[in-house]
Design a protein around this ligand. Structure first.
Ligand code: ASP
Length: 343
């Protein structure tokens, strides 16, 4: 049953008996404490994970695909794209209703964003994980996995881009970020909040994911770097990278896209080599905008034809550039791809 009111879409889950594919990649959700190493290490297989949540069977028939069992700091952009292709491949099966990816939380927002950009399926694609290991008190992996399968089985989750499911909240891939190093409520969408939540009796969507952008590609371009700006930064790192050379650069500027004058000079040097540069901000909410015209402001850098990240974080803008560069190296074309200011 789906009830649509002015503000809500409330989906009361029926006896759907859908098939959901769970692609496991590792992360804390698949880790246990190891006495000898005195810390959490990968230890739980995909099948173990599913067996630990009998309630899954009441929601859907699940099939496990083990892609990897690694911490998310070991997941590369190329692997993220491979996971997106795998998700599409399984989603193309007529018996499959949706996809869930399990993943470490450290880079989960990045894989979520690549899934969102690169997956062509119109079926729901969800990603989840855990903050506590399977051997810890209050292991959150079980509830998160159940939540992700429930959302992936929900028809209203389709067409919203990849969704990050955590702590009973539903977040849009382009907007979500990890906001706490250890808390189970770590994921936040600073600008917009979650798009919905999971409740005991159903799933509620309170808003859409705004613009859901697509940039499907067979491969991505490596060699795109990211530098975060800080007070007193000079241009040395910019010269260093431009002389390597790099394929692209993302600058996480301060405020609404401003940098110290020496950094501006460094960016100009990178641009003089024909390297595309994306201007993002290290501020968690809001977008890059040419508000000022003083030396080093986003406005003063307009002649450098930078690509503006909009509301995307630096790491997400980097992934977008890596995908975009597989379509074109033309700066005007890249500016068009980055022209969408709102997510
Ligand atoms: N360090 C872990 C990882 O990202 C953290 C987690 O999964 O929560 O794989």
């Amino acid at each position: 049953m789906v009830e649509k009111t002015k503000r809500n879409i409330f989906v009361k889950e029926g006896n759907w008996m859908k098939k959901i594919i769970i692609i496991t990649t590792g992360g804390t959700i698949a880790m246990k404490y190891d006495e000898t190493k005195q810390g959490l290490v990968p230890a739980v297989s995909g099948d173990d994970l599913v067996e630990a949540v009998p309630a899954l069977r009441q929601v859907a028939e699940v099939e496990v695909v083990e892609y990897a069992n690694v911490p998310s700091g070991h997941v590369t952009p190329a692997m993220m794209l491979e996971i997106a292709h795998l998700a599409d491949q399984y989603a193309s099966r007529p018996d499959v209703a949706g996809i869930v990816v399990t993943h470490g939380t450290d880079t989960m927002e990045e894989t979520a964003y690549v899934l969102s950009l690169a997956c062509t399926t119109t079926k729901p694609v969800c990603i989840t994980g855990a903050m506590r290991g399977a051997s810890d008190m209050g292991y959150d992996g079980l509830a998160n996995l159940l939540g992700a399968v429930r959302v992936a089985a929900c028809p209203e989750a389709a067409g919203r881009g990849a969704l990050l499911i955590f702590n009973d909240e539903i977040h849009a891939a382009a907007q979500v970020t990890k906001g706490h190093t250890v808390s189970c409520s770590t994921f936040i969408s600073p600008m917009w909040g979650p798009v919905g939540y999971i409740y005991f009796d159903g799933i509620v969507f309170r808003r859409s994911s705004q613009v859901v952008e697509k940039l499907p590609t067979e491969q991505l371009t490596e060699g795109v770097e990211l530098l975060q700006v800080y007070a007193g930064m000079d241009g040395r790192m910019y010269h260093y990278l431009a002389d390597r050379p790099v394929q692209g650069l993302v600058v996480e500027a301060v405020g609404c896209g401003n940098v110290p004058p020496k950094v501006m000079e460094g960016i100009a040097y990178v641009r003089s080599k024909g390297v595309p540069v994306v201007l993002a901000t290290r501020v968690p909410a809001g977008r890059v905008a040419p508000v000022y015209s003083y030396l080093g402001s986003a406005g003063s850098m307009e002649p450098l034809a930078l690509l503006l990240a909009g509301e995307l974080s630096g790491p997400k803008a980097r992934l977008k550039l890596m995908l975009a560069l597989s379509h074109t190296h033309d700066n005007d074309e890249l500016q068009k791809i980055f022209a969408e200011p709102l997510y």
